[in-house]
Design a binder for this molecule. Sequence first.
Ligand SMILES: C[S@@+](CC[C@H](N)C(=O)[O-])C[C@H]1O[C@@H](n2cnc3c(N)ncnc32)[C@H](O)[C@@H]1O
Length: 336
Amino acid sequence: MMDSRFSNSDTESLEDYKFSFESYLDYSARIEIDQSNPWTNKLLDTVSVTESIYEFHKENGRTYHAYRAGSYYYPNDLLEVERLDSQYDILKIIMDGRSYLSPWSQENPPHRVLDIATGSGCWPIDMGDEFPESQIIGTDLSPIQNDLVPPNVQFIIDDATDEWPNGNEWCNFDYIHTRATFGCWADMLDQVIRPAFERLRPGGWMESQELMGLLECDDETVTDTNAFKRWCDDIVDVSESVDRPLPLAANLKKWYIEAGFTDVHEKVYKIPVNGWPKVPRLKRLGQLWHANIDNGLQAFSYALLHRVKGMTKEEIEVSFTLPPKETRLRMSRYHW
Ligand SMILES: C[S@@+](CC[C@H](N)C(=O)[O-])C[C@H]1O[C@@H](n2cnc3c(N)ncnc32)[C@H](O)[C@@H]1O
């Protein structure tokens, strides 16, 4: 580090400069540890208190939700929570740092907000910070939400495919939100969008930020023989066979209109799956998305291929040895 007292010297040589190597960071200081335990936080639940929502189903080294066990096929362990958190960060980059596209602002805040299938709860937490006067509820099958939450955020264990709870808390919402809920619903229109329409106040907004769940390519660089494409198509087929189809985003606009919403907008983003784009921002996005998919291959495959196709853990692992390699090859210009 250069001592600024000597920095205005007229001399062109460095000989009058005084250098020191003092560190401006105290490396002996410890980084604070997040002591919260996502499995022990206090949650409200709409399910019977005698039912243990924490007795997670264990399968092939992963854990799955206990409440309504078997209805959702992705794990709920820390590995998956961390993947969801990084997915959240990436989606936020795509949306230029915004949590929503609906017309909310500090002058026009949503007072009562509901996030269906909230996962680790990043979205309600961000919304709670941005709108400290709003009341935000996040629901999920799994008690995996962070317990460091703003005071205006509450998590509830609930199956959104049940009839939605009654009571003042469950009506007159200003804003209902879903994100990345592909694979959660047999019928998103009847199970989520119509009930949401009923529970919004007149003039309220619903917003779904959903992933296509399909691998696509704008040119001929991804053929049907591509291992990653075959893996994706296979997972989609199996999800459809168990009536929890992954592709839903393409129907959202139609479903919103069918449910009675007016002033419906659709914005489509392409997410590159590796670093093939030339534009640096998209290249970085693709690299991050690739890492997220790579981390999620087990989570996406295990329960579906084991429960539906009867494949063993070893067989499943062999089935995705090729896809990660192919996703790394930038000549395959995939996007989601
Ligand atoms: C892929 S995660 C997405 C979570 C979160 N919305 C996000 O963007 O990170 C899907 C979540 O939906 C939850 N889920 C699945 N089926 C559900 C249901 N019937 N009712 C409520 N939550 C459900 C799962 O437990 C999981 O946490």
